[in-house]
Design a protein around this ligand. Sequence first.
Ligand code: PEP
Ligand code: MG
Length: 594
Amino acid sequence: MTERHMMTKKKEIILKGIPAAPGIITGKVFLFGREQYTIPRRSIKDDHIQNEIRRFKDALIQTKDEILEIKRRISEEMSAEHAQIFSAHLLVIDDSMLIEEVVSKLKKEKLSIEYVFQDVLRKYIKVFSEMDDEYLKERTSDINDVGRRILRNLIGAKEDILSNLKEKAVVVAYDLSPSDTATMHKKNVTSFATDIGGRTSHTAIMAKSLEIPAVVGLEIITKKVESGDTIIVDGTHGIVIVNPSPKTLKKYELDRERLVAVEKHLLELKDLPCVTIDGKRIELVANIEVPEDVTSVLAHGAEGIGLYRTEYFYMNRKDLPTEEEQYKAYSAVAKKMKPYAVIVRTLDLGGDKFLSPLDVPQQMNPFLGWRAIRFCLARPEIFKTQLRAILRASAHGRLKIMYPMISGLEEIRQASVILEEAKSELKKESVLFDTDMEVGAMIEVPSAAITSDILAKEVDFFSIGTNDLIQYSLAVDRVNEKIAYLYEPTHPAVLRLIKGVIENGHHAGIWVGMCGDMAGDVIMTIILLGLGLDEFSTSPIAIPEIKRIIRAVTADQAKAIAQEAMTLSTGKEVDRFARKKLKAIVPDLAIEVE
Ligand code: PEP
Ligand code: MG
């Protein structure tokens, strides 16, 4: 963390965090906090009780209207999945037990309605937060969210939520929950900066999907800003500057203009093929979270989808997504992407993707716990519903299936048994599907990487998930900002694992791709190309730049650079070396070189 003070009217403060989504933006801060209301204990007379009950009912109606309006807007602007969070909020409002308890307490204690409501709310939050049932426990934040809304309407305070921002602003927060990011008004939230989070946490992934610059893991940003302060967010380098001096503002304005010009130039590459100078064809495809992301995928010139993260379907809702609902979403993506292929990754809940109707117990080490394929194999009925939906959707385009978190051969075999069952059911029902659909495994657990020669015989392709592979092989929690400095994509251990996976895949005659964030990291592009990677799958915004680099080298040149990189001893050495080589090949690329 670096912090520098300069002699300006309001001190300029520079904070270094973790780059979460690229781009530079200057704007005014909106400090998004969980505001605390102070409500005094006030007695009321008997003849005021009916009036207080009426005020309470009015506040409930007002809150319900607000939530319905946000739900409608989110559904229009983002997707039905994002809007699901608010269905859970509506359930809280309609909870007759809570309402009855408030009214009876009011009649008994004869205190103001806001005081009584706050009291009951606190009790509910305490009871729910101590529940053993994980699903009910997760409802604490819904109760909290809705309770605060009702309270705010009772006391007539102003709303402090992201969907209601009236002007463009940079949102600064301790953290942003999935419910916060879902309500972000894309037009007015120009960027965000948070105290906590890592490069591949939910918030970082969401920022990339919203295409707004973001810096996370700033540790103390919320303590350094006030709403209305001027702020520069440099999401490309992970830097945030509060109250910038006129000189700094000018510098960043020039940087931003340069970046916009480069982006424009990069988009001109959109329709050019992704080939090296000497004609080696590379698959350059995109990662998506929700079907609506397809528009951005096509706009950035991706030639397919290498990772469709399906867990957003299951998050923030009370029920499970039906086969029909999933079928509709997968078919819509398949149709829009035709003739390109779409790799649908089966459910990967757990780790930092939680909040679901699935009863996943709290775990000491969630990333090492009951997640992804482990969960699916233990709950085959949920897994098969998803597989049937993907199979049915395969009749409408080119779909492939990919299993997450594979750690050994048995898991692939067990998953395939369930897949075969789903296929024979559909055959019996005379439902059409692609009988030759490719099935692949994500390689993101060190044991899978090390035994990739064995696994390669069982699947049609590999996709390396570096977000998890790095955290597991280096023992560095991917969402912990305190140890983010150890999260090194260039670490020789990581490079050796990747090299082995590519070689083993090729030896068995299958193609090998990568869908972790490393695939969109320009520093790594030439090395990965030189190691023989066949497919790069990354966020749509990173596509043009990766294409530009691939089109600037020959396959032999990349191979020689990769070979030399493999002889280096530390992540820092590899990083320095890769930057130097990259700068020599693409001199105007905005990267730092020592
Ligand atoms: C990965 O681990 O690299 C990956 C792409 O999957 P996720 O980030 O969804 O865990
Ligand atoms: Mg993963």
